[in-house]
Write a protein that binds this ligand. Structure first.
Ligand code: HXC
Length: 256
């Protein structure tokens, strides 16, 4: 059984489904490598403009595969070089949307936080319960969570293995939107479709500048923003979009 199923549900959109339902989509080494390969491939594929990642209704992903970690030590963890797998997702230039149903725990929550947008089904549960296992998050769980929801809520979650419901996660700023019932994937695909219809270079610059700006001071970030904004004035898609606005017709974009 393939650990990741790849679908193309709409033009310019790829859907990655984690496929280890028997293990609540725990992130085995095989699954992570497959995810890395898919992200590397989709990052290079100019026909793809947005990527949705999801699990199933019971679990987005229940974290790293605990059964594969029981007997391993620090040296083996280092040798696994999992960072390479996460980097492929982190460095993806296309917008990534996580559609989260069920559990997003540990590495599963970290995977969701690698996305640019998180759409949660109403029964989604977010948490970083690593402390219970005598370990801690290693793929952004302490850092991205604190940046998303603030030090005090993050500390409470991380130190007590506490969880957030979808609504709590939304209120805290961890989730972009909560959707009723089993509608998270449909909503994520709808958002992906909207993004895929936008001028791709503008989308890429917005993603890059927003993320880079979060890593630096405001003045530098504002300069980055201005440079990117001016750069987009050189694109064919900018000319097509503005001309179409003035002529009251619908533009199509080439990513040039
Ligand atoms: C391996 C897992 C798993 C996991 C679930 N399973 N989570 N296997 N790794 N992370 C397996 C169970 O062993 C079980 O297998 C099957 O999936 C169903 O799980 P149940 O517990 O029976 O299901 P349920 O009662 O619905 O509870 C779901 C759950 C619970 C709440 C998600 O399974 C759970 O708490 N899982 C662990 C979550 C966790 O601690 N994640 C953090 C991992 S550490 P069998 O064979 O019995 O049917 C991490 C970061 C590592 O992510 C960082 C290193 C630097």
């Amino acid at each position: 059984m393939k650990p990741v199923i790849v679908e193309y549900p709409a033009e310019h959109v790829a859907l990655l489904r984690l496929n280890r339902p028997e293990a609540r989509n725990a992130l085995s080494t095989e699954l992570r490598v497959e995810l890395r390969d898919q992200f590397n491939r989709l990052s290079e594929d100019s026909s793809i403009r947005a990527i949705v990642i999801t699990g199933d209704m019971r679990a987005f992903a229940a974290g790293a595969d605990i059964k594969g970690m029981v007997d391993i030590g620090a040296a083996e963890m280092m040798a696994r070089n999992d960072e390479k797998n996460w980097a492929a997702i982190r460095n993806c230039p296309k917008p990534v949307i996580a559609a989260v149903d069920g559990y997003a725990l540990g590495g599963g929550c970290e995977l969701a936080m690698h996305a640019d947008i998180i759409i949660a089904g109403e029964a989604a549960i977010f948490g970083q319960p690593e402390v219970r296992l005598g370990i801690m998050p290693g793929a952004g769980g302490t850092q991205r969570l604190a940046r998303a929801i603030g030090k005090y809520r993050a500390m409470l979650m991380l130190l007590t293995a506490g969880t957030l419901t979808a609504q709590e996660a939304f209120a805290a700023g961890l989730v972009s939107k909560v959707v009723d019932g089993d509608g998270a994937v449909a909503e994520a695909l709808s958002v992906a479709g909207t993004i895929a219809a936008m001028p791709p270079l503008a989308v890429a610059e917005i993603k890059q500048v927003l993320l880079a700006g979060m890593e630096t001071n405001l003045e530098t970030a504002l300069m980055l923003e201005r440079r990117a904004a001016y750069l987009l004035f050189e694109t064919d898609d900018k000319r097509a979009a503005m001309t179409a606005f003035v002529n009251k017709n619908k533009p199509s974009f080439t990513g040039s």
